[in-house]
Write a protein that binds this ligand. Structure first.
Ligand code: 26Y
Length: 818
């Protein structure tokens, strides 16, 4: 920290320019004349990284001086988005960096555009972890986030002939200037083998795990800078071979097999599983989870012990958050480390474990609740199976004797599902081993207590709480919609950047015509920008004056992208008949990836693109409507979508979306929402006001009542002539060159099963869309509501979420710097 003033960290334009040239020359051995665009990007990244480290040393020094309590966030997924522009913003050096580059004949935006983002997650859960890391850093809460350094992140999506095609992600292809490898921070990870039970040389009972194979996990650190100052670290583990082990395990002299073993070790962190919500019991996935969990826990224990602290006080120094059940094996692993390795007795170890961990649940979908078949689990983690049996045995004894639960209740709460083939229920392990369990929106947390974890909520009512999700206003407003952010700041100052409730000060301007005009002009510019991008990506031209109606999220039946398709077709058919004369020209925009093995989701993408082909070519309607599927939804593309949206589609069946966070991102950028009473939509509507939210569809209670009564979608199909026309059109061949079979699976699913009740909500959705169009015809009213939406989004800052976690669950406070 004594280097301040040095040109290597100064924030002046001159210093940035000099550092850039230095980094280019000494960091990558290039002279400007021969530098490639990637050389220039890398040199600038290194220049910025120096300045980040400067901030970091300060944070780290304060944390250790104050011996502060820290958060360890365990997540199998992160979606940080591109680093460069965000780091410039957080350091507040965008302007001088732009000028420095200009003086060298370099356009800053060209360098920003080159960056390949780390796609280390699937969707909402991964992006939430990154928003939380941003807020932890901004608030100055001591934090370290642990995860997996997947060599191949989420696939790149391209569209060929209307179908999704997956390409491998190449984020590390040109190197990664943001990370620093720490070869000396590495841990051994065992798999398989057997356990030996017996007395050690002192006669103490001891379990020894004799592994079948072993790998090493090495730390790769990425500094995450908060706004104006503090930092947190993202520590990702990469699997590597342990040479000594391989050579011992295989026949001496069998060089080929030894090298082959090294290769297999590295497989563990090769690739992210591209499924959200459902994943069959894949051995490699279990290995990934255990691999990153044990490295992280060994690291936490090391950090604790090097401060000279007693291991028995681990829970006083670390709050460990489990992001869903993906890292829940941590509960058994910490017990193993404390009991088998560090020789604590079981009761002490259990006390520490329960007080360290807290668990966040992100889903009620039965197929997304992780369970591992016992034979598979035993093969990979034999010692952990014993530990889980012991945890379970003690737990079941307790509820049988102290709480007199009956056999059926006990079977329902057991960690082991014995209703058929035997499975380990990871959500039960996480719940039993944690002191806190939370859902991610008010409604989801209630449903969690009522359904999935009902008996546990009865047993431990105080264990359960809610923390509604949030998003970072730095990336999702200031960075991605800078013109709007600057307009806002020019009216109410820039305090909102770290105190989002201050957006309330915009309310008085909601009726101010000149403010409304500036507001809508920025929206129009953003739409122009998106239209140009879409034209480049898809060749489809859209008029920026159209209403931009956007649904962007993973493709999933429960999210009901097909409900929006039904609406689009209903508009199309009515326009063709000369009806809907008041319809305002609309661009219907979709984006999202489908899990590669999810046939119905992939068919949905094909359906959307088929509708797009039909509509966009049809000169009778294509001045009134366009349909576009934006390929490769990721953080970078998302940052172009949210600022350009007029209407945000949040149309999942009630009870299905745990929270949603895209809903918040759209609304913070001035889109109005059309949505169901699901997840955080409920709270968004509460905040922005009923009049400023387009509500449709069944409530959770109505959904459940409908199910109980024996929902019959076919009856609705028969009763609603319009709906029938729309549905029949899908299989008429008009969308598929005469092929009446292509979309049949989708059609029949809706008519005879319709698990997500599109047909029940259809008419309500269509009617609600009419209200949207009515309002769109009153630009001043629309602008007013758009402003009010933004003004009332304060609650959905991830800073608020992190304060909630800090107060309610972690009991941590920000460090005082200097
Ligand atoms: C087990 C494995 C197949 C799996 C992998 C990824 C299961 C689930 C996931 C991801 C789930 C996810 O992204 N859930 C979303 O979390 C968001 C953040 O809390 C919520 O806003 C969103 O409603 C929820 O679907």
């Amino acid at each position: 920290a004594s280097t301040s003033g040095s040109s290597r960290i100064s924030h002046s334009k001159e210093a940035i320019k000099a550092s850039f040239l230095d980094s280019l020359f000494y960091g990558i051995g290039r002279v400007p004349a021969l530098a490639t665009p990637n050389d220039r990007y890398t040199a600038l990244a290194l220049t910025i990284r120096d300045r980040i480290f400067q901030q970091f040393i300060l944070t780290t020094e304060s944390i250790s001086k104050q011996d502060a309590r820290a958060v360890a966030y365990l997540s199998a997924e992160y979606l940080p988005g591109p680093h460069l522009a965000n780091n410039l913003l957080n350091l507040e050096i965008t302007a001088q960096t732009r000028e420095a580059m200009e003086e060298l004949g370099i356009e800053l935006d060209d360098l920003i555009a080159i960056e390949e983002e780390p796609g280390l997650g699937n969707g909402g859960l991964g992006r939430l972890a990154s928003c939380y890391l941003d807020s932890l850093a901004t608030l100055g809460i001591p934090a370290i986030a642990y995860g997996i350094r997947y060599e191949f992140g989420i696939f790149d999506q391209v569209i060929k002939d209307g179908w999704q095609v997956e390409l491998t992600d190449k984020w590390l292809h040109y190197g990664n200037p943001w990370e620093v490898v720490r070869p000396e921070i590495a841990y051994e990870v065992k798999f398989g083998g057997r356990t030996e039970h017996g007395a050690d040389s002192n006669g103490k009972f001891q379990v020894t795990w004799v592994p079948g194979s072993e790998v090493k996990g090495t730390a790769y650190d990425t500094p995450i800078l908060g706004y104006k100052g503090n930092g947190a670290v993202l520590r990702l583990w990469r699997a590597e071979a342990i040479e000594s082990f391989d050579f011992a395990a295989f026949n001496l002299g069998d060089y080929y097999r030894a090298v082959e073993a090294k290769m297999l070790s590295e497989n563990i962190t090769k690739v992210l599983y591209p499924n959200d919500q459902a994943q069959g019991g894949k051995e490699l996935r279990l290995k990934q989870q255990y691999f990153f969990v044990t490295c992280s826990l060994q690291d936490i224990i090391r950090l604790h012990l090097i401060q000279g602290r007693n291991l028995e006080r681990l829970h006083e120094k670390f709050a460990i958050q489990l992001n869903d059940t993906h890292p829940a094996i941590a509960i058994a692993e910490l017990m193993r480390l404390l009991v088998d390795v560090h020789q604590l007795d079981w009761a002490k170890a259990w006390h520490i474990t329960q007080n360290c961990f807290a668990y966040t649940n992100h889903t009620l979908l039965p197929e997304a609740l992780e369970k591992w078949s016992i034979p598979l689990f035993e093969k990979v983690l034999p010692r952990h199976l014993e530990i889980i049996y012991e945890i379970n045995h003690r737990f079941l004894e307790e509820i049988r004797h102290q709480h007199s639960y009956n056999n059926a209740q006990i079977a329902g709460m057991s960690i082991i599902d014995e209703s058929g083939e035997r499975y380990i229920r990871m959500a039960h392990l996480a719940t039993i081993g944690s002191h806190s369990v939370n859902g991610v929106s008010a409604m989801h947390s209630e449903l969690l207590k009522k359904e999935v974890l009902h008996d546990f909520a009865g047993l431990w009512p105080d264990k359960f709480c809610n923390v509604t999700n949030g998003i970072t206003p730095r990336r999702f407003l200031y960075l991605s919609n800078t013109p709007l952010a600057e307009l806002i700041s020019s009216y109410i100052g820039n305090g909102w950047i770290t105190d989002l409730d201050q957006l309330r000060k915009l309310e008085p301007y909601a009726d101010d015509v000149s403010f409304q005009n500036s507001w809508m002009e920025i929206k129009l510019n953003n739409k122009q920008h998106l239209a140009a991008l879409l034209q480049k990506q898809t060749g489809i031209e859209i008029d920026p004056a159209m209403l931009f109606d956007i649904q962007a999220k993973r493709i999933h039946e429960y999210k009901r992208q097909h409900l929006k398709v039904l609406h689009i077709l209903s508009v199309y058919l009515r326009l063709k008949k000369g009806e809907l004369i008041n319809f305002s020209p609309s661009a219907f925009i979709f984006a999202g990836k489908a899990a590669p093995g999810y046939i119905m989701a992939k068919l949905l993408i094909k359906l959307i693109n088929s509708v797009a082909d039909l509509v966009n070519q049809d000169t009778e309607v294509n001045d009134k409507m366009k349909v576009v599927f934006m390929p490769d939804f990721n953080v970078k593309n998302a940052q172009n979508l949210y600022p350009a949206a007029d209407l945000s589609e949040q149309i999942s069946m009630a009870g299905m979306e745990a929270s949603g966070t895209g809903n918040m991102k759209f609304s913070l950028n001035g889109a109005l929402t059309i949505g169901t009473l699901d997840g955080a939509n409920v709270e968004i509507r509460q905040e922005v006001g009923e009049d400023n939210f387009f509500l449709f569809g069944l409530s959770v209670e109505q959904v459940q009542a409908n199910k109980t009564a024996g929902y019959q979608p076919y009856d609705i199909y028969q009763q609603n002539q319009h709906l029938r026309e729309v549905l029949d059109f899908i299989v008429s061949g008009a969308l598929s060159q005469g092929d009446t079979q292509l979309f049949r699976p989708l059609y029949e699913n809706l008519l005879y099963q319709d698990p997500f009740m599109l047909l029940a909500d259809y008419q309500s959705y269509i009617d609600c869309q009419e209200q949207v169009h009515e309002l769109w015809r009153e630009p001043k009213e629309w602008a007013r509501k758009s402003i009010l939406n933004v003004a009332r989004m304060g609650k959905f800052s991830s800073d608020r979420s992190i304060r909630d976690y800090s107060d309610l669950i972690w009991k941590v406070t920000p460090i005082n710097k200097k």
